[in-house]
Design a protein around this ligand. Structure first.
Ligand SMILES: [Zn+2]
Ligand SMILES: [Zn+2]
Length: 176
């Protein structure tokens, strides 16, 4: 995901370019972006939006699944050489700053990777109504059923399931 900014670096401070990214990183996983590149006195400031896909493991059923993510990106890519004289420039000393490399290429891959990681949910679920694993036999209830006594995860008694184990006195006056 590299953009050649050689020409823009020779333009004056404040010049703006618009770039469209459309790449397939692996089959079925695309990255699309609409970006604005702004030439500053020390860098190219990249801002814009990405649509990408992430792959994760469902926290309920443990199946791997893919889902789409929308990312808002703003990152500064510092020059390492003066674009006219070629004099080396020193980017800020903070660790992890992005730079334009010696071939005037600006590589977005690492930034996209980091933003994707930050945007991924702590407890991803493959779909809203994922049935999860049977807490008793461990079967994936999205694909098969089992003969265990079901306690639906949305049952008001589900949080009490642990407390009730060994005590089968389920109140049933509400049942009709
Ligand atoms: Zn799931
Ligand atoms: Zn079961």
């Amino acid at each position: 995901m590299k953009i050649n900014v050689a020409q823009q670096l020779r333009e004056s401070v404040g010049s703006v370019r618009h770039v469209t990214i459309n790449e397939t990183t692996e089959p079925g996983f695309a990255i699309r972006g609409e970006l604005q590149l702004l030439r500053t006195n020390r860098s190219i400031l990249v801002s814009g939006k990405f649509d990408t896909t992430a792959r994760d493991v469902c926290s309920r059923c443990l199946d791997e699944f893919g889902y789409s993510l929308a990312l808002d990106i703003e990152e500064e890519y510092f020059m390492t050489r003066d674009p006219v004289s070629g004099t080396p420039l020193t980017p800020p000393p903070e660790s992890g700053v992005f730079t334009v490399d010696e071939h005037n290429l600006l590589d977005l891959s690492e930034a996209v990777r980091q933003y994707t990681l930050l945007a991924q949910p702590m407890k991803p679920i493959c779909r809203e109504d994922c049935a999860g694993l049977c807490p008793q036999c461990g079967r994936n209830l999205n694909n098969q059923t089992c003969d265990c006594t079901p306690i639906r995860p949305d049952s008001p008694w589900a949080p009490l399931q642990g407390l009730l184990s060994g005590n089968r006195q389920m109140p049933d006056k509400e049942r009709g």
